[in-house]
Design a protein around this ligand. Structure first.
Ligand code: SF4
Length: 331
């Protein structure tokens, strides 16, 4: 059952969305908190409680709205309507920031966040792209708040700037009929189904993700793919070649037309190791001492030689199927 309990900042109930959430989840306990950033009774839980913590929902008001310049797929990373997530990918980048408290936090002051976004887009001399999904998965969040639907139509009306967000979920039906006016770039994260099943716990299966990309392309959205994170499991060459075959075969011509692919290798950390081992099982630890090495501050990445060979392999295999200009970047 999700959520099992809601922790909330009392101030959030003075917002329309806060009220709606209160009604929607009136059957579960609501526990007042001072700040969504400091919930001591959760922060002090052992790592073994990670899965239980994921069943909680935090409702608050976002106070920090600082945009971070970005040079990869967007111009700015924008803190938006949520952070954290109720899924449990074993490498989740949010664990680096929030540790075991990477549960879903919803911020109800969406009017303020959207106004700032629209102004930033309008003020810029050029069309800027804003990444609004770098702190959570907005397609999953949308099933609770409908914030994506609410945002896309309002943002697209002003005809300046673009929004983009990545996802691992297929629940795109409510987005298909929106007046997006080409102002949204939808990016789906892909991995071999075996990795999705064993590592990306609680996310949509590969076939459903592919169908969602095709549906979004058909609805006129610009679409992109992330092959991410690349995880060098024992038979990774076979698994990723097979994934690319499936994508080449099952993505529609419309989806492939302007497709850009981002390739991101997995980074991992000491914190992930501790949580995965204690909350799941020793087998859930993705650390591979033969292939990975330390990268400062408790982080791990693939050893340079292994990484370079894998990059070469993926570049060739992607270009063979999707053309030489299909790769946006590999990191
Ligand atoms: S879906 Fe994304 S945000 Fe959610 S657990 Fe997986 S990697 Fe983290």
């Amino acid at each position: 059952m999700f959520p099992e309990k809601v922790y909330y900042e009392p101030d959030s109930l003075s917002y329309e969305l806060g009220q709606r959430l209160k009604e929607k989840y009136s059957a579960v306990p609501w526990i007042p908190i001072e700040s969504h950033n400091r919930i001591d009774e959760l922060r002090t839980q052992p790592n073994a409680a990670f899965r239980d913590l994921k069943r909680l929902l935090i409702v608050g008001v976002r106070k920090t709205h600082r945009y971070v310049p970005n040079a990869k797929i967007s111009d700015f990373l924008v803190p938006y309507t949520s952070s954290g997530c109720s899924a449990m990918c074993l490498y989740c980048y949010l664990v680096c920031n929030y540790n075991k408290c990477s549960y879903l936090r919803l911020f109800v002051n969406r009017e303020k966040m959207l106004e700032k976004l629209k102004k930033a887009a309008l003020r810029a001399p050029d069309d800027l792209t804003f990444e609004i999904g770098s702190n959570s998965d907005l397609v999953l969040e949308n099933t609770i708040t409908h914030n994506l639907e609410w945002t896309i139509e309002r943002f697209a009306k002003q005809e300046k700037g673009y929004l983009t967000f990545p996802t691992k979920f297929n629940m795109v039906k409510p987005l298909l009929t929106l007046e997006h006016r080409g102002r949204v770039i939808f990016r789906m994260s892909m991995n071999p189904q075996q990795i999705i099943r064993t590592v990306e716990l609680g996310t949509s299966p590969l076939e459903q993700r592919i169908r969602a990309v095709n549906q979004m392309a058909e609805a006129g959205y610009r679409v992109g793919l992330l092959v991410a994170p690349v995880i060098l499991v024992d038979d990774w060459e076979r698994q990723y070649a097979e994934l690319l075959d499936i994508l080449a075969e099952q993505l529609s011509e419309q989806a492939k037309r302007s497709l850009k692919i981002e390739v991101i290798f997995m980074t991992y950390s000491y914190v992930h190791r501790a949580i995965n081992t204690e909350a799941f099982s020793p087998q859930a630890d993705l650390f591979n001492p033969d292939r990975m090495t330390g990268r400062g501050r408790g982080k791990y990445c693939y050893r340079p030689k292994i990484r370079a060979e894998a990059e070469e392999f993926l570049r060739l295999e992607i270009e063979k199927r999707f053309g030489t200009s299909s790769i946006q970047y590999i990191v």
